[in-house]
Design a protein around this ligand. Structure first.
Ligand code: DX5
Ligand code: ZN
Length: 221
């Protein structure tokens, strides 16, 4: 299994001070930056695009950027995000006409590719495209908003996903997103996740470093 990565979601950052917020959270020990892209179409909220990703790179952010696309259609925005400095690009299968083609498109543009499964979306397509997948992201809330409650059935789904990945002898990362905090990250890790998105639990804390440290301690406990 991979070393655990903590991925603060900038959806809960102060957008008026975004560059500084990201710098602060990286200095506080974040491994990668989770970048939530919403289009007010696939999900009922509207956030940020490639220009903001590029702005973070121009500001001097070196940490890997994990772009979570909640947009439909998805293909036409992928080259722009890759050019803007995205390291990982994940998308929801429901938002793509041709999942295999979209995964290839991401890799062709030099980024690592990932599939995102909503709480009620089965993992069925994963086995068919696993060789083109670098990351599986399981949603533990319905996508669209920060600070929602973790849906407990995501734990079983994590175990299922972990089993598939291990059976395939694959090094796909298994990421979890939604309602993750120090209180539940231990059982989430035990269920098989190795990459942990947390928005409100980190940016809502007074001390980002302490919040990240506490999470790390719970993962290995
Ligand atoms: C939800 C987003 C999440 C969200 C997580 O649609 O994909 O990344 O920001 O926020 P928390 O950790 O507060 O649930
Ligand atoms: Zn996300």
């Amino acid at each position: 299994m991979h070393n655990p990565l903590i991925a603060p979601s900038i959806l809960s950052a102060d957008f008026a001070r975004l560059g500084q917020e990201v710098e602060d959270v990286v200095n506080a020990g974040a491994d990668i930056i989770h970048f939530d892209v919403m289009d007010n179409h696939y999900v009922p909220n509207l956030t940020i695009g490639p220009l903001v990703c590029q702005a973070l790179r121009d500001y001097g952010i070196k940490a890997p950027i994990d772009v979570h696309l909640m947009v439909k259609p998805v293909d036409r925005i992928i080259p722009d995000f890759a050019a803007a400095g995205a390291d990982w690009i994940t998308f929801h299968p429901e938002a793509s006409e041709h999942i295999d083609r979209t995964l290839s498109l991401i890799r062709e543009h030099g980024a690592k590719a990932g599939l995102v499964f909503n709480p009620a979306t089965p993992l069925d397509c994963l086995r068919h495209v696993a060789d083109k997948v670098d990351m599986v992201l399981l949603m533990s809330v319905n996508p669209g908003f920060p600070a929602q409650k973790f849906i407990p059935s995501a734990l079983d789904k994590l175990r299922q996903a972990r089993q598939i990945i291990d059976e395939l002898n694959s090094d796909i990362r298994l990421e979890i997103d939604g309602g993750v905090k120090a209180e539940n990250i231990g059982e989430i890790a035990a269920a098989g996740a190795d990459t942990f998105v947390a928005g409100s639990a980190i940016f809502g804390a007074d001390d980002y470093g302490a919040a990240i440290k506490k999470m790390r301690e719970e993962i290995v406990a």
